[in-house]
Design a protein around this ligand. Structure first.
Ligand SMILES: C[S@@+](CC[C@H](N)C(=O)[O-])C[C@H]1O[C@@H](n2cnc3c(N)ncnc32)[C@H](O)[C@@H]1O
Length: 234
């Protein structure tokens, strides 16, 4: 078992509590960040492909926080959640019991090659040891259809607020953040076409009146999180 699987198996029941403890510094809930990320992705994809009947993969889905929003916003036919933590997958599966629109996997072995239109991954790669990152990106590349998109969301180590938030979250104790530069370099080395990098979440709730500026600021890599959009070439 990987150290991430052990960490997240032992924190699966208290994941929401631990996350909220850190995130509360921003004045927002975990849902606010999920919705912001998925809204960004839906807006981006709307300009690239028709949003219907998509096969979407949530890599490192944890307890499934983003799966429902991904299905709604991307109008996905199916969302497949993959996570190395069996306990997190059990919880996710229970949350979405009764819906045939979701699939779950602990090791990804049941996922057919070239079967996914979109892969979403958020806050996962800083829990993967640097020497393992390339292999996981290679798996994602293989699961995507040619022409499919990857949205890699990560915590931004260049934002001091992000470091402060992470220092308050028990499951982040062993995290090793990756910079946008490392993320782009690894994606290119895997064979992805790297499309663009955007920064997200500049202002805490207290300064929410400034949030209309976030779109303009997004090329400046100082937001609390960032996303690198990449495409598997056709
Ligand atoms: C901080 S949580 C994020 C969960 C979810 N993406 C979210 O935003 O709520 C990181 C997740 O990545 C998973 N993870 C870490 N390494 C992984 C790997 N190599 N393969 C699949 N999942 C992994 C962990 O088990 C954990 O559930």
């Amino acid at each position: 078992m990987s150290s991430s699987a052990a960490t997240f198996d032992s924190s699966a029941d208290v994941y929401a509590e631990q996350l909220d403890k850190g995130i509360s510094l921003s004045g927002e809930s975990a849902d606010y960040f999920v919705e912001g990320r998925v809204r960004f992705l839906a807006d981006y994809l709307e300009h690239q492909m028709p949003l219907h009947d998509l096969q979407v993969l949530d890599f490192g889905c944890g307890v499934g926080n983003a799966c429902g929003t991904l299905r709604e916003q991307l109008r996905a036919q199916r969302v497949t959640g993959v996570d190395c933590s069996t306990k997190s997958i059990d919880i996710a599966q229970r949350r979405y019991t009764g819906s045939v629109a979701y699939d779950w996997s602990v090791d990804g072995q049941s996922i057919a090659m070239e079967s996914m239109d979109v892969v979403y991954t958020s806050g996962v790669f800083h829990h993967i040891a640097p020497e393992q990152r390339q292999a996981e990106l290679q798996n994602i590349f293989g699961w995507l259809k040619p022409g499919g998109y990857l949205a890699l969301f990560e915590n931004n180590p260049w934002n001091p607020g992000t470091k402060w938030v992470m220092s308050r979250i028990a499951f982040d104790a062993d995290a090793q953040c990756l910079t946008p530069i490392e993320a782009r370099r690894r994606l290119a080395a895997t064979g992805f076409e790297v499309l663009e990098t955007r920064s997200l979440f500049y202002f805490p709730r207290l300064l929410r009146f400034l949030r209309p500026l976030e779109g303009l600021l997004s090329p400046i890599p100082l937001g609390a999180q960032y996303v690198v959009m990449a495409k598997r070439p056709c």
